[in-house]
Design a protein. Structure first.
Length: 285
């Protein structure tokens, strides 16, 4: 029987990378033999290979929203898969504007792509990558798997999505980037696993001091566009999910805060199985 799992390839919230830090957000969902990559931040290609994925089998990618810590490595992932033997179509589903990113990427790599077609005998990469602009509702139905989306609260962006993956026996939900969202409770109702973004309230001042530019705008963004761990726990309880995994952690790389701090933030509000995400973590379903 094919193993079903979610692999958290990158669990850091935000695009910066520092010594000792985890990598920004990327995930792999495997359900009934179907592989779906969800978000493609810096490090996604290495993360997929480390999970044992053969890149030439890449076929389906979802992008939750157009912040760089969710799609910066989309083009390089597909190009590397192409150089690794990919010859079959790749469907990419995401917000309006993703086509502009892809067009810009292949334009920037034109010299290399043209050369490899002639010199390596490869098919033209530009012919088999298909970009699909999504909206709330059903994104994809295929071989017993249904993927649906709802908009999240992640200002100033409008096209920012949470995703639900459902088969006959499994239900997994990703919150995407969002402030606390009441509609997510119904969206994730009874799910086997909810992967939710999370901030640790007590750690934000020191994080701002380390990475900020002297402006309060970054703190204002965090507070209006993201979710504290305790609020993620409340969402999980109200949705009645079996397991809650925290990812897109803010912060993920402060040595003065660890898993026990995340657990302490959630414990008063959620009594189910709590998983504090880290890069490379595979969660069996």
């Amino acid at each position: 029987m094919t193993a079903n799992y979610v692999a958290l390839l990158g669990t850091k919230g935000g695009p910066s990378v520092r010594t000792g830090s985890s990598m920004p957000t990327s995930n792999l969902v495997v359900l009934d033999g179907q592989q779906i990559v969800l978000d493609c931040a810096l490090g996604v290609t290495r993360g997929l290979v480390d999970q044992g994925m053969d890149l030439k089998t890449l076929s389906t990618i979802l992008i939750s929203h157009l912040h760089s810590d969710h799609y910066l490595e989309l083009g390089p992932l597909i190009h590397t898969a192409w150089c690794s033997g990919l010859t079959t179509p790749v469907d990419v589903y995401g917000p309006k504007g993703l086509q502009d990113y892809w067009d810009g990427f292949v334009a920037s790599m034109k010299a290399d792509i043209d050369l490899r077609i002639v010199d390596d005998g490869r098919d033209d990469l530009r012919d088999f990558v298909r970009i699909h602009a999504i909206d709330a509702g059903t994104v994809l139905t295929r071989n017993g798997l249904t993927i649906t989306a709802i908009r999240t609260e992640h200002p100033p962006l409008i096209d920012s999505f949470a995703f639900s993956f459902k088969t006959s026996g499994t239900h997994v939900v990703f919150s995407g980037d969002t402030a606390p969202l009441k509609s997510l409770e119904e969206f994730a109702l009874g799910a086997d696993l909810l992967i939710h973004e999370a901030m640790l309230k007590s750690a934000l001042p020191s994080l701002l001091e380390r990475i900020g530019n002297g402006s309060e705008k970054l703190m204002q963004h965090w507070l209006r566009s993201h979710t504290f761990a305790h609020d993620a726990a409340i969402t999980a309880t109200n949705a009645g999910v079996k397991r809650l995994a925290l990812s897109h952690l803010i912060p993920s790389d402060d040595p003065t805060f660890g898993p026990s701090d995340w657990q302490a933030a959630c414990a008063p509000h959620y009594d189910g199985k709590l998983i504090v995400g880290h890069d490379g973590l595979r969660i069996d379903l």
